[in-house]
Write a protein that binds this ligand. Structure first.
Ligand code: HEM
Length: 131
């Protein structure tokens, strides 16, 4: 993920009803975008099936914006998505992944910010088994 999510306000005197003094550093809260209850049903719960239709086919969601949006959205989105797709497919074609019984349960592992600016899962162990 890109490290720099900040912009300096040069010209907007106000935004969304707030006065923003010139020079203010603005930061996009991507994590909160994905917890907006007006966009997401049960936003705190991990539900990958949100992205499947009744036939089990992938569907996207208008509230899903990990690469942000608009003119300052991620210019690397296509590169990032194709790299993630290729590397994940390569791994899942060769291995199945299982939780390590000695490791902490994964449930709720992401519910606290583990780093100040990024929402990351806590470290956990998995056991890859060759297919
Ligand atoms: C999973 C991987 C990635 C994620 C989730 C991601 C996410 C983002 C997000 C959310 C922003 C906008 C930040 C904001 O609105 O303040 C951004 C900006 C940007 N990203 Fe990425 N990014 C990823 C990979 C990449 C890659 C691979 C590249 C380069 C090849 C890249 C280059 C950039 C650049 C240059 C910007 C700044 C665009 C601008 O300000 O006009 N990103 N990224």
């Amino acid at each position: 993920m890109c490290g720099d999510f900040t912009f300096v306000c040069f010209c907007f005197p106000f935004l969304a009803g707030y006065d923003i003094p010139k020079g203010t550093v603005l930061t996009t809260n991507i994590s909160q975008i994905h917890k907006d209850p007006t966009m997401w049903d049960d936003p705190e719960t991990f539900k990958p099936e949100r992205f499947l239709d009744d036939a089990g086919k992938f569907v996207t969601h208008p509230g899903w914006l990990p690469f942000s949006a608009g003119k300052r959205g991620c210019v690397g989105e296509v590169v990032a998505k194709s790299n993630l797709f290729l590397s994940m497919v390569a791994l899942f074609q060769r291995f199945s992944f299982h939780p390590d019984p000695s490791s902490e349960k994964l449930e709720g592992a992401c519910d606290k910010a583990y780093m100040p600016m990024q929402m990351l899962p806590k470290p956990f162990k998995i056991i890859p088994i060759s297919r």
